[in-house]
Design a protein around this ligand. Structure first.
Ligand SMILES: NC(=O)C1=CN([C@@H]2O[C@H](COP(=O)(O)OP(=O)(O)OC[C@H]3O[C@@H](n4cnc5c(N)ncnc54)[C@H](OP(=O)(O)O)[C@@H]3O)[C@@H](O)[C@H]2O)C=CC1
Ligand SMILES: O=C(CO)COP(=O)(O)O
Length: 335
């Protein structure tokens, strides 16, 4: 591991995952975190009290290692790594203040499990197209890991995927601490697509739970979903991959079953009769699966992969189909 002594990491985003990542990174004495948040009140609170007031507010944030700031150019200046940790729908606005020159020579890490909604692009593709960041200078953070469990220092595993083995290994080192183990993996696209798609499945699981379906049905749905994800990922990026690995199956399982899953919670509300708007207003956090259902539906028009679970979610969320009707129809496709 050829890491220089001091590592400067800019983290972009002020929500729960950003807070958890800042906590993990700041476990390393050689890491300095510049943390961009959009709310000046939150920045002031963190500087004064060393806790993020609205997300994972129990987490202590070391003032020696973590410097919050409100200007994104200040956050990325001199950084070795820039970690993107906002929901995909909100990443374009703050990044508009940056030019390709601001990001040149830096490694970009996407912690986002969503697609740029209006363009239906993976975040890494969008960064390459918009800022000319070479794919080899990027990695994604994946794996079954909820921010809430990082806050509690519960043992967790992450996967750092990149086309560049050195980039993945270096960042995996920074993501490893007493309660987190991170492993590098070469499958950037497979991991990134699977992370987007498992959110749609978790949302669909939440819908069935809200409708009163039981664990038996959900287990069948999750098994079928894994096959659906495999079919799509293989169509988009054909290659050998071990889809039972935790970056794929593990993340699907934790999101489909965890009490902390935003996507499952959102789906559960829809299944219980909330409208999409009402569920969004009720949720204090973002469910990426809502946006992903549309992006994957649109993308799949060019691939034509059989995806009954994603399609059922799309019809419920965007075409107003009654959840009970869509799930009743889905029953005929599951084995
Ligand atoms: N939470 C988790 O356990 C994990 C999350 N992820 C991924 O990390 C990414 C970030 O999710 P997470 O941290 O959970 O999200 P949260 O819902 O916790 O936080 C949302 C963030 O987005 C900001 N935001 C909300 N609305 C807007 C807006 N209209 N314009 C600009 N910014 C806005 C919020 O700022 P403000 O508070 O000021 O409104 C906040 O910083 C997602 O892609 C998610 O899938 C990945 C692994 C685990
Ligand atoms: O990706 C996650 C856990 O690995 C988080 O999923 P949710 O956004 O559904 O909470």
């Amino acid at each position: 591991m050829n890491q220089p002594q001091q590592q400067k990491v800019a983290v972009i985003g002020g929500g729960s995952w950003a807070t958890a990542l800042v906590k993990i990174l700041s476990e390393h004495s050689q890491v300095q975190v510049r943390w961009w948040l959009r709310s000046q009140a939150d920045i002031d609170h963190i500087k004064t009290f060393h806790h993020n007031p609205r997300y994972l507010s129990d987490v202590y944030l070391s003032p020696r290692r973590v410097k919050p700031c409100g200007k994104i150019r200040d956050a990325v200046r001199g950084a070795d790594y820039v970690v993107l940790a906002l929901p995909a729908a909100f990443i374009q606005e703050p990044l508009q203040k940056l030019t390709s020159a601001d990001l040149r020579g830096k490694r970009i890490v996407s912690a986002i499990k969503g697609m740029i909604p209006d363009q239906n692009k993976l975040v890494t593709d969008w960064m390459e197209d918009t800022y000319g960041v070479p794919l080899d200078d990027m990695c994604v953070i994946a794996g079954p890991c909820h921010a809430e469990e990082v806050a509690l220092e519960k043992q967790s595993y992450l996967t750092i995927a990149s086309t560049n083995p050195g980039c993945a290994a270096d960042f995996a080192h920074l993501m490893t601490c007493r309660y987190v183990t991170a492993h590098p993996l070469a499958d950037l696209y497979g991991v990134e697509y699977a992370a987007v798609m498992k959110n749609i499945v978790a949302l669909a699981c939440g819908i069935t739970h809200g409708l009163g379906y039981g664990d038996n049905f959900q287990a069948v749905m999750v098994s079928n979903a894994m096959l659906e994800i495999r079919r799509f990922v293989t169509a988009v990026d054909p290659r050998e991959r071990e889809m039972s690995a935790s970056a794929y199956l593990g993340d699907l399982l934790v999101t489909a079953y965890s009490q902390f899953s935003r996507n499952r919670l959102f789906g559960n509300m829809i299944g219980r009769g909330y409208s999409v708007k009402a569920a969004q207003l009720e949720m204090k956090m973002i469910a990426e699966g809502y946006y992903a259902a549309k992006s994957i539906h649109v993308l799949n028009q060019q691939y034509g992969v059989d995806m009954p679970i994603t399609e059922a979610a799309f019809r419920i969320l965007y075409e107003g189909e009654a959840p009970a009707l869509a799930m009743n129809e889905l029953k005929g496709y599951l084995k």
